[in-house]
Design a protein around this ligand. Structure first.
Ligand SMILES: Nc1nc2c(ncn2[C@@H]2O[C@H](COP(=O)(O)OP(=O)(O)OP(=O)(O)O)[C@@H](O)[C@H]2O)c(=O)[nH]1
Length: 361
């Protein structure tokens, strides 16, 4: 699937840069344009592989919005025509989807991403997806509250929102902060493979997955998760039946971007590896297992021919909003919002902003 990537805020920019590098290193050519937007100049200066655009210079002078996502939304809204003008050459006619990437807990990405998605939907007739990063459990209440409001809005605006939880994919004992590097690398590898797996490959069989399978899996909108696992492959495909089953299970049960999101409306199982090593029997068995486990009636599947000594499974699971993990996050965000409201009410300076006392005129 040919994609245009737009990262907003610090996390968004870093992830888009990683994805772009991964796509180039693997020679996939799925990324058709890569762009980073931020209100903080230093964050943009650290990026080398993407085009950059500073927003809100008149309001925050290149210093970022300090976690204020309402301000993030406002500055994106004020500068949106310039941003769209700059994006014009980056979203090429070959792109089949746009991915807007942002950390939902901060200010610029959290506030700016839903606004930009809204405007992209008016301009482009290809799907506009969000890749949203949820704050880890130990991040502060401002991050949680921001992410709650941002998630609610972006799910409404985007054709689908694929979530990555910052508590997924980092090792035990490692702080979220120090784990960013490895999380970003994991995101780049998994999403990079998903984009490339939907590429039309000439001269291969009809079991090969194409981009319409990805788009159809996400068609019902809402929230999606992406899982991945791999294992060494044998040259003999019959020896790989068990491996295909076990990487498929791991991709859903332990390798997913949204831990514990196992039930959904639609799923796509992509098996990557050398074509002659992929066992049809194993793939069919894994698909049936996925149907039972995800309680989804629509499980699509396909191969991704890849010259590798390993065999890998990618599981894209759409419609996971009813999963416990999302409910747990929303409870956390609501509790955090109450903490933030109390903090604001406790600040004497904010008493003047309180609605209970109306302005004189
Ligand atoms: N996975 C991942 N998450 C990150 C990274 N950097 C920040 N985050 C997360 O993203 C959220 C903060 O968003 P940022 O992108 O830093 O903030 P911003 O959008 O630039 O907004 P301001 O700094 O307030 O202007 C927090 O939940 C962080 O944990 C990163 O490199 N990788």
């Amino acid at each position: 699937m040919k994609v245009a990537l737009i990262g907003i805020g610090q996390a968004g920019g870093k992830v888009v840069e990683r994805l772009t590098k991964f796509d180039a290193e693997m020679d996939f050519d799925a990324v058709q344009g890569a762009f980073a937007i931020n209100s903080a100049t230093p964050d943009l200066q650290s990026l080398e592989h993407v085009e950059t655009h500073l927003i809100g210079a008149d309001r925050v002078n290149g210093h970022g919005v300090g976690g204020d996502n309402e301000l993030g939304a406002e500055i994106m809204q004020s500068d949106v025509q310039e941003v769209l003008g700059d994006l014009d050459g980056h979203v090429t006619s070959r792109s089949e989807a746009i991915f807007v990437v942002a950390g939902l807990g901060g200010g610029t990405g959290s506030g700016g991403a839903p606004v930009l998605v809204h405007h992209l939907q008016q301009v482009y007739d290809i799907p506009v997806y969000a890749l949203g990063i949820l704050p880890g459990r130990n991040e502060g209440s401002l991050y949680q509250a921001n992410a709650g409001r941002s998630l609610k809005t972006i799910v409404r605006e985007a054709d689908a929102t694929i979530l990555v939880d910052n508590d997924a994919w980092h090792s035990q004992g490692e702080s979220v902060e120090s784990g960013f590097e490895s999380i970003n690398q994991n995101i780049a590898q998994r999403f990079g493979l998903l984009f490339a797996s939907g590429e039309a490959v000439e001269g291969v069989g009809e079991s090969v997955v194409d981009s319409s399978e990805v788009i159809n899996t996400l068609r019902q909108g809402g929230i999606a998760a992406l899982g991945y696992a791999s294992a060494p492959a044998s040259d003999d495909s019959t020896q790989n039946i068990r491996s295909v089953m076990s990487v498929s299970r791991q991709a859903l049960l332990t390798g997913t971007s949204l831990p514990e999101a196992r039930v959904g409306d639609a799923a796509l199982l992509v098996i990557a590896g050398k074509p002659e090593t992929i066992p049809r029997k194993g793939v069919e068995k894994a698909r049936r297992w996925l149907e039972d486990e995800t309680e989804s009636m629509q499980v699509r599947g396909g191969d991704f021919p890849l010259d590798s000594d390993r065999i890998a499974a990618l599981v894209l699971l759409g419609g996971v909003e009813r999963s416990d993990r999302i409910q747990e996050f929303l409870d956390r965000a609501r509790a955090a919002q109450r903490v933030e409201d109390e903090k604001a009410a406790g600040d004497p300076a904010d008493a003047f902003a309180n609605d209970e006392l109306e302005n004189l005129f």
